[in-house]
Design a protein around this ligand. Structure first.
Ligand code: HEM
Ligand SMILES: *[C@@H]1O[C@H](CO)[C@@H](O)[C@H](O)[C@H]1NC(C)=O
Ligand SMILES: *[C@@H]1O[C@H](CO)[C@@H](O)[C@H](O)[C@H]1NC(C)=O
Ligand SMILES: *[C@@H]1O[C@H](CO)[C@@H](O)[C@H](O)[C@H]1NC(C)=O
Ligand SMILES: *[C@@H]1O[C@H](CO)[C@@H](O)[C@H](O)[C@H]1NC(C)=O
Length: 262
């Protein structure tokens, strides 16, 4: 079976549009500030980090697709085509025609899926907030070295899925979730590490998940390499192979756009 990543195939429809960016993560405007009691956050550590640094509205509400695309390139140097399908799907999480609220992204089986690396399965409890017990699989991965890589990311995915299959009689585990999970793992390695090698310091990855903070004080800098489907594709191939995946259910083709079917 050949697996096609929804980000990877999108290379074919990459736009050449260049978005303006600022690499200043430390100015007043982009300080890390924890969300207030009325601010909302998502099951996505990437979007939450962007909101905590003011690249997205700190309220987490009324967010448009152009805001997400600009925040991703400004904050992480992630090009729009790597996240556009996810951003478009995200609009289905609520009733507003052109905006989304971050907390609505917890809607189960839209983008949110079982066997996450930092959140519980929907049927097991809280699928929105970071959970240290769930995250411990990733935290303890790749022992003996101070970095995570595509091999360890795939092994983490295998272990997290095994846990879900063992404990969650409602687990959803189809090609759709597998493709999404592998894409997300390639993203954390890329935004916290070197997008060309998909090697990321453990310290940076742990701060990204636990605090939803850019680890600038610890030495992280915005990736100099633009992150695109072409840069994450090779890492996704290794992640998928290392995750030794088998489906629990079949799914129908997922159509994401003209010529884009997984
Ligand atoms: C800006 C770049 C982005 C990065 C670096 C990123 C990173 C990640 C990572 C690492 C996860 C896995 C979390 C886990 O398994 O516990 C994740 C999950 C998620 N992301 Fe993102 N993401 C990005 C953009 C987006 C966009 C644009 C959307 C949609 C609007 C989105 C929606 C989600 C959702 C709903 C989940 C939860 C999936 C689950 O674990 O159940 N992300 N993201
Ligand atoms: C934000 O969205 C909410 C609905 O989610 C709406 O009631 C409110 O008017 C919106 N605010 C702005 C400034 O667009
Ligand atoms: C789990 O699946 C069973 C059977 O389909 C259903 O009755 C139950 O409501 C589901 N529970 C959750 C939390 O999804
Ligand atoms: C964190 O996840 C573990 C494992 O699923 C669960 O037992 C625990 O209750 C969760 N903690 C919180 C605060 O939800
Ligand atoms: C990831 O790191 C481990 C431990 O150093 C190593 O055995 C493995 O080959 C690495 N994987 C890749 C893809 O470099």
């Amino acid at each position: 079976m050949r697996f096609i990543s929804f980000v990877y195939v999108l290379a074919a429809v990459a736009t050449s549009k260049t978005l303006a960016f600022s690499s200043d993560h430390t100015g007043d405007q982009h300080q890390w500030i924890a969300p207030s009691a009325t601010d909302v956050r998502s099951p996505c550590p990437g979007l939450n980090t962007l909101a905590n640094h003011g690249y997205l509205p700190r309220t987490g509400k009324n967010i448009t697709i152009p805001m997400i695309l600009k925040a991703a390139v400004d904050g992480f140097n992630v090009r729009s085509d790597s996240i556009l399908p996810g951003a478009k799907l995200g609009l289905l999480s609520g009733n507003a025609p052109t905006t989304l609220d971050l907390d609505a992204l917890k809607l189960h089986n839209l983008i949110e899926h079982d066997a996450s690396i930092s959140r519980n399965d929907f049927a097991l409890g809280d699928n929105l907030h970071f959970n240290e017990t769930v995250f411990s699989t990733l935290a303890n991965a790749n022992p003996g070295v101070d970095y995570y890589n595509a091999t360890s990311a795939g092994q983490v995915q295998y272990a997290r899925l095994a846990d879900s299959i063992a404990r969650n009689p409602n687990v959803t585990n189809t090609l759709k979730e597998f493709v999404t999970r592998s894409g997300e793992s390639a993203l954390y390695l890329s935004v916290m590490g070197d997008p060309l090698t998909a090697v990321a310091p453990k310290k940076f990855v742990q701060i990204f998940f636990r605090e939803e903070r850019l680890p600038i004080a610890e030495g992280w800098t915005r990736p100099k390499t633009l992150i695109t489907p072409d840069t994450t594709g090779p890492a996704e191939d290794i992640i998928r192979a290392a995750s030794n995946w088998t489906p629990s259910q079949a799914c129908e083709d997922v159509v994401l756009g003209p010529g884009i079917t997984i």
